[in-house]
Design a protein around this ligand. Sequence first.
Ligand SMILES: CC(C)(COP(=O)(O)OP(=O)(O)OC[C@H]1O[C@@H](n2cnc3c(N)ncnc32)[C@H](O)[C@@H]1OP(=O)(O)O)[C@@H](O)C(=O)NCCC(=O)NCCS
Length: 149
Amino acid sequence: MRDLRWTDLPELSLLEADLFPDDAWAQETWWAELAARPRRSYVVEEQDGRVAGYAGVDLGGDVADVMTMAVAPAAQGRGLGRRLLDELVARAAADHAAYLMLEVREDNGPARRLYETRGFELLTVRRRYYQPGDVDAHVMRLDLTGGTA
Ligand SMILES: CC(C)(COP(=O)(O)OP(=O)(O)OC[C@H]1O[C@@H](n2cnc3c(N)ncnc32)[C@H](O)[C@@H]1OP(=O)(O)O)[C@@H](O)C(=O)NCCC(=O)NCCS
C-alpha cells in the first residue's frame, strides 16, 4: 500500500466509472483532493502494476471523514477492502481523531457489512440523499477513543 500519486488519476477515472456509475468523481475533483493533501490522505493498493483499490480520508479535526473507498471488481472479496479501511482507521487514529465518520448508500449491502464488521455504528439516516434514485444515506461512526471521549 502506498500514497495516491497524480499518475494514478487516469486509472482511477476508469475504475470510478465502473464502480460508481451514478456518482463517479470527475478528474477535477481528484486534482482538488490531491491539492488538499495532507489534510486529505489517500492510499492506493497496487497489484501487478495496476490499481487494485484505493481509499481516502479527511483529517485535521476531532472527526475524520471517509471520502471514498473502492476495490476493482477483479480484486473484490479477498480482504482488500478491509485492509484499505484499516489503513484509513490507522491514519485517523494517528491524527488523533476521536471519531471516523462515513456515508454509505442504504442499498450497498457489501459496503455496509464491511463497515459494520469493522465496528462502525449507524448514527442517522439521511432520507433520499443520493440522487437520482431516492436512495437513503446511512451515516455511520467509529469511536476511536476507546470509550474515553
Ligand atoms: C465495498 C468494497 C470496498 C468491499 O471491498 P472487498 O475487497 O470486496 O471487501 P473484503 O474482501 O475486504 O470484505 C470485507 C467484508 O466486507 C463485506 N463484504 C464484502 N463483499 C461482500 C458481499 N458481496 N456481500 C456481503 N458482504 C460483503 C463482508 O463483511 C466482508 O467480510 P467477510 O469476508 O469476513 O465476510 C467493494 O465491494 C467495492 O469496491 N464496491 C464498490 C464501490 C463501493 O461500494 N465502495 C464503498 C462506497 S461507501
